[in-house]
Design a protein around this ligand. Structure first.
Ligand code: LHQ
Length: 255
């Protein structure tokens, strides 16, 4: 069985984690397949990505059977996680995580690396790492405090509560909460809407937000000016302005 499934519908690439009997626990073959799937997302025919899980969960995080007994070289293994997290963040197009069931540990970290999260009303999130006496990884110490604030991050990481969808929404961890069986459709709808947008500019927005996390105000202002020059030269900007003046909806080509 392929550990990751991909399916492209129009300009939306759907990537599904596919170890349902293990709640899509992440092991080496799955992470390597996810890396290959994310390479496919670079294709210019792809303008948005949905990341989701098969079965009853998004992902239970690292496969603890693979990690048990000291047989796993954590540093080498983390390079596989780091690769996919960077692939998601550096992909110059939006990634929507469709999070149903549960997302734990590195599974939650993958969802946090995405640009938008759709949760089901019954979905639970848990950082999980400290429950098994591990520090957070897969970028969680970067994404979590930037999402929920520094004041809450330690509590979520140290005590690892089960967060329900309502709390996740309140903390800014979810963009949409829908009924559990509508999670994929909602995520696909969002991705389709984004795929019809100014894709190149979405990539620049993503870059600007990531960079702003480590820059001072003066540097942010400078970066915005540089990116605005790039955006302003784009065909989509010209189309957006023309559509506004002609009082019609823009037809963006993603350029
Ligand atoms: C699992 C797993 C799992 C294997 C459920 N592995 N089988 C760590 C190490 C090294 C380097 C890289 O980074 C990391 C990062 C991490 O991700 S650390 C955090 C790892 N994840 C966890 O600690 C979560 C462990 N799982 C759970 O706490 C629960 O399973 C959750 C809360 C996810 C779901 O609970 P339930 O809905 O009650 O399901 P369940 O526990 O009954 O699980 C169903 C099956 O899936 C079960 O197998 P079985 O044969 O008994 O039916 C579980 O053993 C298996 N499974 N998570 N991570």
């Amino acid at each position: 069985m392929e550990p990751v499934l991909t399916h492209q519908h129009d300009a939306v690439l759907e990537i599904a984690l596919n170890r349902p009997d293990r709640l899509n626990a992440l092991d080496r073959p799955l992470l390597e397949a996810l890396g290959r799937a994310l390479e496919r997302a670079e294709d210019e025919t792809v303008r948005a990505v949905v990341l989701r899980g098969e079965g009853r969960a998004f992902s239970a995080g690292q496969d603890l059977r693979e990690a048990a007994g000291g047989g796993l070289d954590y540093q080498a293994h983390l390079a596989r996680y780091n690769r996919v997290v960077l692939q998601i963040r550096r992909l110059a197009k939006p990634v929507v995580a469709a999070v149903h069931g549960v997302a734990a540990g590195a599974g939650m970290a993958l969802a946090l690396a995405a640009d938008l999260r759709v949760l089901g009303r019954e979905t639970r999130l848990t950082t999980a790492f400290a429950r098994i006496a591990l520090v957070p990884d897969s970028g969680m110490t970067y994404t979590l405090p930037r999402t929920v604030g520094w004041g809450r991050a330690f509590e979520l990481l140290a005590l690892s509560p089960d967060l329900d969808a309502e709390t996740a929404m309140r903390l800014g961890l979810a963009n949409r909460v829908v009924s559990e069986d509508a999670v994929f459709e909602e995520a696909r709808g969002l991705a389709a809407r984004l795929a019809a947008g100014p894709t190149r500019v979405y990539g620049l927005i993503k870059h600007a937000l990531d960079e702003s996390a480590r820059l001072g105000l003066e540097e942010v202002l400078e970066l915005e000016a540089q990116l605005q020059k790039l955006a302003g030269e784009g065909a989509d900007h010209e189309e957006g302005v023309r559509a506004f003046l002609e009082k019609r909806a823009p037809r963006f080509q993603g350029r």
